[in-house]
Ligand binder design. Structure first.
Ligand code: M6R
Length: 619
């Protein structure tokens, strides 16, 4: 979604801001802009489309006096919510008093949504102010300006008292050059601490090149930044101390490293990403998982009544695998629920329920709201999160970091396989506190530790998968079928295909198809069926036969060497032999590659699919 970068220090701000925006491109956006504090006032440049277009407009800015020597600035990539993605709606938005001329006195960039912007707009227009855009953000800029009397911090504090909604804001005033004012409620803001400089961003990826020492703002924090000085106050309680933390992701990890797309790079990173997730968390001798971040001992686990897993999109699909594994191995009731549904349906949860919230970014608005609902209802709440220091990680207080490394591609790949690996470790820990024997636990540890190698075997078939994908790249619809542990795989495989190739793909429980949806099936609709060796395979193959009888071409995901599948598929993606609960991972990797190659052949924008954002911070 929208991205924010800010800089104040001793270097030229423009290249730092543009480079920061490029690092945020992966989040999805449709216009970009920046504002620089120059001797002649604040200069704002905006453009619809990509950051490259904005850079073109700026031209040879490094050589241009008043641009190249500007030492303070703010920048933004906008993912349209209020008003179309036009230049006029792009951020930054500026404001000046009625009759104050064209040049802005106050300029800001904003992530989030100002819910009462219409009421505020009427009030501001009543004061003679003219607003040019359709955005809620321009209203905010005018509101701050309406309180401005030479002290941006005071003006912002007064303005935010009138605002309902969510925001991550960075603001500058013409009369306070060198000062950035930053505030947060519900939309992440990270402050990067440099030697003679300070950077601000909505996502650490934008500032990693400059510093790894960061401070995360909490909700209702407001910070005044001048050079290297950062002073943080809470809008509720006055001055506060927020301790710096160090980010362990390298700047290189966020680069493509020779791959054509981030998605392909991240697919190929999975053996290492999964290993990083499980490393140091397996106790082979005791046949158990060591998950100290969960802060649950076997006695706590014995008291648990149920596990509720919440998440969205890919994280939700991982959660479904978790539900199966926790019930299967630990005998503990588990349910998975879409986070927004959980939040709004007044769920029955209490002190003996563990709510596991799964989120790669740790910032998904619906998942965060579900976390808060579960906390308010007194449940135990834990996070499975990739981004260290993210809001869900901080608000849950207990949980497990995935350590999968930065995931830049909008389509989630390595986060999913790390999430599933993590959920299998949780199932093991819960099972060992219940009825699972040490011997079975030791075997389970070996099964989990074998996952990176299983993934490597699938990656080695990349060329073969690419050839299969080429044969299906012209399809406009596709059905995915699976049952048991392979049902979430079908859901995730279909999601990958639709996100990046724009083929309409639907996943069904293999048994459900004939209860209605089979009416849609024609020769034009290929069916991807996931049927590795294990319980349920024969039944899925029968469902496959039903599809073939209607003329559909079938791509099977099957176990290497399984002769029973002969004659069922027009094409087969092979995965190595392994138990079904771990087969989820190699089967998903095969489908990630399948979707990737279909999208590649169709010439799609793989890393930044249309309309999508990497982290969905609005409801
Ligand atoms: O950051 P999160 O895991 O909370 O994100 C949840 C979904 O928005 C995300 O998984 C989305 O479905 C991906 N685009 C899937 O590839």
């Amino acid at each position: 979604m929208c991205g924010i970068v800010g800089y104040t220090g001793k270097k030229s701000a423009a290249p730092i801001l543009l480079n920061g925006l490029r690092r945020l491109e992966y989040r999805g956006y449709d216009s970009a802009g920046l504002a620089l504090s120059t001797e002649a006032g604040i200069r704002v440049e905006k453009s619809e489309g990509k950051v490259a277009k904005l850079a073109e407009i700026l031209g040879d800015y490094e050589e241009t006096p008043g641009l190249g020597d500007a030492l303070t600035g703010i920048a933004h990539t906008r993912w349209a919510t209020h008003g179309p993605p036009t230049t006029i709606n792009a951020h930054p938005h500026g404001a000046c008093p009625p009759g104050g001329g064209e040049a802005p006195r106050v300029v800001l960039v904003h992530n989030g949504i100002i819910e009462n912007y219409k009421t505020l707009k009427v009030l501001l227009e009543g004061e003679g102010r003219t607003l040019a855009s359709e955005t809620d953000t321009e209203v905010l800029a005018h509101l701050v300006d309406s309180y401005y009397e030479g002290d941006l911090q005071q003006a912002m504090t007064k303005a935010l008292a009138k605002v309902t909604g969510t925001f991550g804001i960075v603001c500058m005033a013409k009369d306070e050059p060198g000062v950035l004012l930053v505030a947060r409620r519900g939309s992440p803001i990270v402050i990067g601490l440099g030697e003679d400089e300070t950077l601000v961003a909505s996502d650490a990826a934008a500032i990693l090149r400059h510093t790894r020492q960061v401070v995360y703002l909490d909700d209702n924090d407001i910070a005044r930044i001048e050079g290297a000085e950062v002073e943080i106050r809470s809008l509720d309680t006055g001055p506060v101390t927020r301790h710096p933390t160090e980010i362990d992701w390298s700047d290189d990890a966020a680069e493509k490293g020779g791959y054509a797309h981030y998605m392909l790079k991240e697919i190929f990173e999975q053996p290492d990403a999964i290993w990083n997730t499980i490393r140091g968390r397996m106790d082979a001798d005791r046949g158990n998982a060591v998950l100290s971040g969960l802060n649950l001992n076997p006695r706590d686990l014995a008291d648990l009544r149920r596990v509720l897993v919440v998440g969205c999109g890919t994280s939700l699909h991982a959660g479904l695998v978790g539900e199966y594994a926790i019930e299967d191995f630990a005998g503990l009731p588990a349910e998975v629920e879409q986070a927004a549904e959980f939040r709004y349906r007044n769920p029955i949860v209490g002190a003996r329920d563990l709510v596991l919230s799964i989120s790669q970014s740790g910032e998904t608005a619906d998942t965060l709201a579900a976390v808060r609902e579960a906390v308010d209802k007194g449940a135990l709440v834990a996070g499975l999160v990739n981004v260290v220091g993210s809001t869900i990680a901080r608000e849950t207080g207990r949980g497990i970091y995935l350590h999968a490394g930065p995931e830049i591609s909008v389509a989630s790949t390595k986060a999913f396989t790390s999430q599933v690996s993590c959920l299998l470790m949780i199932a093991l820990k819960f099972a060992r506190a219940a009825r699972m024997s040490r011997e079975r636990g030791m075997q389970f540890v070996r099964e989990i530790e074998a996952i990176p190698e299983l993934v490597r075997s699938v990656l080695a078939t990349n060329d073969a998968i690419a050839k299969v994908a080429e044969r299906y790249a012209k399809a406009e619809h596709a059905f995915y079928l699976g049952r048991g542990y392979m049902y979430p795989v079908a859901l995730e495989g279909a999601l990958k295909l639709k996100e990046i190739s724009y083929i309409h793909a639907e996943a069904f429980h293999a048994a459900e198809l004939k209860h209605g949806s089979i009416a849609l099936l024609t020769e034009e609709i290929p069916v991807v069926a996931i049927a590795p060796e294990g319980p349920g395979k024969e039944k899925t193959l029968s469902n496959v036969a039903e599809c073939r009888a209607r003329g559909s071409k079938v791509v099977l995901v099957a176990t290497e060497g399984d002769e029973e599948v002969d004659g069922y598929g027009d094409d087969v993606l092979w995965i190595p032999e392994c138990p079904l609960h771990t087969a989820v991972i190699p089967a998903t990797v095969a489908l990630q590659l399948f979707a990737y190659h279909v999208a590649r052949v169709r010439g799609c924008s793989i890393d930044q699919p249309r309309n999508l954002a990497k982290s969905v911070t609005v409801e």
